[in-house]
Design a protein around this ligand. Structure first.
Ligand code: SF4
Length: 207
């Protein structure tokens, strides 16, 4: 681990409703989580840490979680936990925001690491994907007007689904679909304790 990239303290104003509790939370390592083009299975693996999650939460606080799906981090964080590949322009912009605001970014799961299942569309022209999804879909309502949705507020799909490291520098990779909860725990636990991340070979594999 690059020691220069790890910051363990943050100065935040105490919130008026419970300043003592807020001070305790602010002193912890701040972790922000986000899901891009994936299925949330990797986040469920995070919860699979079971009771070890409780021990971890004594040292870290979840500043942003995918369960709220807020796209902005309110302040600088130590660790960014990234699920999913990059499939539209909003994913790119939010990932860049995480890179700017996290000391350490972790690609969690096959989709973040190499594109995963969503990247199966990479071998099909985008126009064909849209046609299959919206025009020729077997689930299209018979007789209904078939149209490919377009609006300025809808994120624009990228031609290919990309792994996160093709957009920004990623610091660590946890393979698996989804990764085992213990693998996620090992990486986070090593980081919060200032140890070198050392995933066992039987976990750190891509076959
Ligand atoms: Fe879902 Fe697997 Fe992708 Fe994780 S790696 S988001 S479990 S498809």
């Amino acid at each position: 681990m690059n020691e220069e990239t790890v910051i363990f303290s943050h100065e935040l104003p105490a919130t008026p409703w419970n300043p003592e509790k807020q001070d305790i939370e602010d002193a912890k390592i701040q972790v922000a989580m986000i899901g891009f083009c994936g299925c949330w299975g990797c986040h469920l693996s995070f919860l699979d840490m079971d009771e070890e999650l409780l021990g971890l939460l004594e040292k870290v606080t979840i500043t942003r979680s995918s369960f709220t799906d807020l796209k902005r981090i309110p302040h600088h964080c130590t660790i960014g936990f990234i699920e999913g590949g990059i499939a539209n322009d909003e994913n790119i912009e939010v990932l860049e925001h995480y890179r700017e605001n996290c000391d350490i970014l972790i690609s969690v799961g096959a989709c973040a690491v190499w594109g995963g299942t969503p990247a199966m569309r990479n071998v099909v022209p985008l126009e064909e994907c849209f046609r299959e999804a919206y025009i020729d879909s077997p689930t299209a309502v018979p007789g209904a007007k078939k149209t490919i949705p377009y609006h300025n507020d809808i994120p624009k799909i990228t031609t290919k689904v990309m792994p996160c490291h093709e957009v920004v520098k990623m610091d660590y990779f946890i393979p698996g679909c989804p990764p085992d909860g213990q693998a996620i725990f090992k990486v986070l636990n090593d980081l919060v304790n200032g140890s070198e991340v050392d995933l066992p070979a039987d976990v750190n594999r891509y076959d």
